[in-house]
Design a protein around this ligand. Structure first.
Ligand code: T3D
Length: 256
């Protein structure tokens, strides 16, 4: 059985982590397959991506059975396996949705938080498991969680290892929507297909601007906005958007 499965529905690519017996813990083979799936997501014909998990877990981070003997060189494994995945998600110039179907723990929580938005099943839990085994958050956990919930809550959450329910995660702003477990896949597909029908180049550039916004000066951000707006006006979708507005009809964007 493949550790990662991909399916295409129109312009939406769904990537499913597929080690359900261990709540989709990440081992070397899963990292490799996930890297391949994220590479496939770069294609222009893919205009939105959903990442989810098979079975009752989303992803519980590192497969701890690989730590049984000796943790080995964790720094190298993070740089070689985890960092490329997180960076690949942020580099995708299209929306990436985490459909969090169950436990998101450790680096699995970081993975969910690296996505552009999170839709959760009411069965999902959000567990910064690192502290429970004497580790620090990695794979961008400190970066993304601080931006999502602020410094004080990030400290409280990451240092306690507290398991948030889906409802709590929504109250904290970690997830945008909670749906019944049976409805998650359909709702994620619906949101993804709505996003895929939007002007993808403008969405991708907005993503880049938002990633810079947290650390940029106002002058730098204004300049970036001006540069990317110039690029946006050169897209077919911009011309279509203006034409549709003037002709009082819905736009038909093609992501070009
Ligand atoms: O090496 C490097 O590169 C370093 C990188 C580190 C990054 C990290 O992610 S460190 C953090 C690793 N993750 C964890 O510590 C999470 C461990 N899991 C849990 O705390 C719990 O499983 C959950 C709270 C997430 C869920 O609890 P629950 O009760 O719903 O499920 P469970 O019974 O604990 O787990 C179900 C099965 O999955 C179970 O196997 P079994 O008993 O049915 O045969 C369990 O052992 C397995 N499992 C869960 N998490 C992992 C795992 N197996 C391997 N690795 C796991 N991380």
């Amino acid at each position: 059985m493949a550790e990662v499965e991909t399916t295409r529905e129109g312009a939406v690519l769904t990537i499913t982590l597929n080690r359900p017996d261990v709540l989709n813990a990440l081992n070397a083979a899963t990292h490799k397959a996930l890297a391949g799936a994220l590479k496939a997501a770069r294609g222009d014909d893919v205009r939105a991506v959903v990442i989810t998990g098979a079975g009752r877990g989303f992803c519980v981070g590192q497969d701890l059975t690989e730590f049984r003997e000796d943790a080995g060189d964790i720094g190298s494994r993070l740089r070689g396996n985890y960092h490329p995945t997180i960076k690949a998600i942020r580099a995708l110039e299209k929306p990436v949705i985490a459909a969090v179907n169950g436990a998101a723990a450790g680096a699995g929580l970081s993975l969910a938080c690296a996505c552009d938005l999170r839709i959760a099943s009411d069965q999902a839990t959000f567990v910064p498991a690192f502290v429970n085994i004497g580790l620090v958050p990695d794979s961008g956990g400190t970066f993304f969680v601080t931006r999502l919930v602020g410094q004080a809550r990030a400290f409280e959450w990451l240092c306690s290892g507290r398991r948030l329910t889906a409802a709590e995660a929504q109250r904290w702003g970690v997830v945008s929507e909670v749906v019944e477990a049976d409805a998650l896949a359909a709702r994620a597909a619906e949101v993804a297909s709505e996003l895929a029908a939007l002007p993808t180049r403008a969405i991708g550039m907005t993503k880049r601007l938002l990633d810079r916004a947290a650390t940029a000066t106002l002058d730098d951000q204004l300049e970036w906005e001006a540069q990317l707006q110039t690029a946006a006006t050169q897209t077919e979708d911009f011309r279509e958007g203006v034409a549709a507005f003037l002709e009082k009809r819905p736009p038909d964007f093609h992501g070009r």
